[in-house]
Design a protein around this ligand. Structure first.
Ligand SMILES: [Cu+2]
Length: 150
């Protein structure tokens, strides 16, 4: 019986997909993992420059424990809700306002754990540069490097 289960499951998957009742794929367009280590780097987001379009979703995944993802003060489009993904939780957020969303990990921003999400066009670049200037040294240089790539 065990041998027969796999083909049956596959057949069901095809039949179900054919009905259109199950989405072909998730709507999430970008995933950022919160990591203790990536290569030689410690305490980093898996992606530090993320480009999506207005209305797309971004997912912050708690791949390792002890990290969060919150908005950098002043690095948020006017009228947008601040991002606040709590420690050790996955968070999925739909971003509708175009512009720049600066992200930091509260306990590790001093070690440079920041990311930049660009939604559509980077319309508020000057304000974001000003706000990034207030970050701790390593985070500031990382954020400036990301902003310079726009
Ligand atoms: Cu962290």
């Amino acid at each position: 019986m065990r041998i027969n289960r796999m083909p049956l499951a596959l057949l069901c998957a095809f039949v179900t997909a054919g009905t259109g009742l199950v989405p072909a794929r998730a709507e999430t367009t970008a995933t950022v993992e919160m990591l203790n280590r990536k290569g030689d780097e410690r305490f980093v987001y898996s992606e530090t420059l993320v480009r999506i379009e207005p209305g797309d979703k971004i997912r912050f995944a708690a791949a390792d424990k002890g990290h969060n993802a919150v908005s950098v003060a002043g690095m948020l489009p006017t009228g947008a809700d601040p991002i606040s993904v709590p420690f050790n939780k996955d968070g999925e957020i739909t971003l509708t306002r175009p512009g720049l969303y600066g992200i930091k990990c509260t306990p590790h921003v001093g070690l440079g754990m920041v990311a930049l999400v660009v939604v559509g066009k980077p319309v508020d670049l000057d304000a974001a540069v000003d706000a990034a200037s207030d970050l701790p040294s390593k985070a500031k240089s990382r954020m400036f490097e990301l902003l310079s790539q726009l």
